[in-house]
Structure formats: structure tokens, C-alpha cells
Design a protein around this ligand. Structure first.
Ligand code: COA
Length: 205
């Protein structure tokens, strides 16, 4: 990417009033990034639009966008755990995390050609700042990531795990706190069960 393109990149909180306008672009972005390994998720715009509305309806949600000019090229979301969908909320609640003091980060997705330029770090900075601003008693921030075998034959040769990045941000993997979802994997017509483990940061440490 040359300098003139880089200079048009901006990462910012998207005002709530713009969320619905960007709904289709957000859904398309999630579908294209999550089609790749490790997610291999063959998503549909109908499901994605419905999923994104959870955030749009949550009073404490924040949606961060990365833009190249006017074009949405990445996004990240955050919301108080108490406003997250049951399937994401209950593994943490059942493991004893205080619902009023925990924030959940929904996803961070960035088109591959824009990676490695620090946008992922800005996604964390902005989501964590939001969580701390609206939840003065904040104790934990969390997100979950899909589990794949180290020798998964579908893993591309150039795949780089993000584990080191997440650890450097103060997150620890809690292997046994898991969310379970079914989704149709790319190349398969059937849904299969997927496990996602939680990564949690304790702000008192
Ligand atoms: C997560 C994601 C948004 C990070 O975006 P990013 O802008 O590349 O992140 P940064 O440039 O801030 O770099 C973050 C770290 O990833 C590393 N990284 C850079 N380019 C990378 C690449 N192409 N692949 C994997 N990791 C990369 C960086 O080295 C950095 O780690 P370091 O600070 O220890 O050196 C992006 O990798 C992505 O969209 N991944 C696919 C979706 C996904 O798995 N999301 C996470 C779960 S929802």
C-alpha cells in the first residue's frame, strides 16, 4: 500500500446514528473475514444483520470502524456483558464473572490487506477506553476466539496465530471457559459445532 492510501486510513468510534446505514457493509465485512481460517464460517447476510442488531439495541455498546476514505475496511464491537446475547454471556456468568463489572468484545475484523499496521491495537485501545468510561467499576474485559487443532489441515501456510498479540494486551486464555455454536463451515452444507474459548483481562492485576 503506498503512502497516499495509508494517509486515508482512520480508526474511529462510529456514532450510533450511523450504525443502521452501515449495517449491510458491516455484515459483508464480517462474512468475508470470517470465511477465512480459523473461522471458516459460511455466513449469511440475514444472520449477520440480525446479530448486529443485538449491538444496535444495546445501550452500552460501542462500534469502532476502520475506514479507507469512505470505505469500511474493519470493525470491532464492545458491549457490557449484561447486554450480550445469552450464548456469549452465560459461559462467563456460570464461571463466576461479575456481570456488572465485565465487558464483552464481540469481534475485531480487518480486511487482510490492511493488517499489520496497528489497526488491531487501536481497536483494543478504543474498546477498552469505552468500557472504562461507561463502567467505572470495570474489572474484566473479555472476548472469545475459535479453537482449532495445531495441525488442522485447512490452516494456510502463512497463517499467524494472534495469541501472542492478545497476551501482549494483558489477556489470558481460559481454555475451559467455552461458548459453543453451530455454523456451516466453508465447503460443507451441514452445520457443525464449534467451540470458542474466552480470553480475559483482569484490570485489577
Ligand atoms: C485481529 C485483527 C483485526 C488484528 O488486526 P491488525 O491491524 O493486523 O493488528 P495490528 O497491526 O495491530 O497487529 C497486532 C498483532 O498482530 C500481528 N500481525 C500483524 N500482521 C499480521 C497478520 N497478517 N496475521 C496475523 N498477525 C499479524 C502483529 O505482529 C501484532 O503483534 P505484535 O504487536 O506482537 O507484533 C486482524 O488480524 C483480523 O481481522 N484477523 C481475522 C479475524 C480474527 O481472527 N479476529 C479476532 C477474533 S474476533
Amino acid at each position: 500500500m503506498d503512502q497516499s492510501r495509508t494517509s486515508h486510513l482512520i480508526v474511529r468510534k462510529i456514532p450510533r446514528t450511523d450504525w443502521l446505514t452501515l449495517l449491510t457493509e458491516m455484515a459483508k465485512l464480517r462474512i468475508s473475514v470470517f470465511r477465512e481460517f480459523p473461522y471458516l464460517y459460511a455466513g449469511s447476510e440475514a444472520y449477520e444483520s440480525n446479530y448486529l442488531r443485538t449491538y444496535f439495541n444495546a445501550r452500552g455498546a460501542s462500534v469502532i470502524g476502520a475506514f479507507d476514505g469512505e470505505q469500511l475496511i474493519g470493525m470491532a464491537t464492545a458491549l457490557p456483558l449484561e447486554e450480550a446475547e445469552e450464548d456469549f454471556r452465560s459461559p462467563l456468568v456460570q464461571s463466576g464473572y461479575p456481570i456488572q463489572q465485565t465487558f464483552y468484545f464481540g469481534e475485531s475484523v480487518l480486511r487482510p490487506e490492511y493488517r499489520g499496521r496497528g489497526i488491531g491495537k487501536q481497536f483494543f485501545d478504543l474498546r477498552e477506553a469505552h468500557a472504562r468510561a461507561i463502567c467505572p467499576s470495570l474489572r474484566y474485559t473479555s472476548f472469545c476466539a475459535v479453537n482449532r487443532e495445531a495441525n488442522d489441515s485447512r490452516k494456510p501456510e502463512n497463517f499467524r496465530t494472534l495469541d501472542g498479540f492478545w497476551k501482549s494486551r494483558g489477556y489470558q486464555k481460559h481454555e475451559h471457559i467455552q461458548a459453543r455454536f453451530k455454523w456451516p463451515e466453508v465447503g460443507s452444507s451441514q452445520e457443525s459445532e464449534q467451540t470458542l474459548s474466552y480470553w480475559i483481562k483482569d484490570w485489577k492485576l
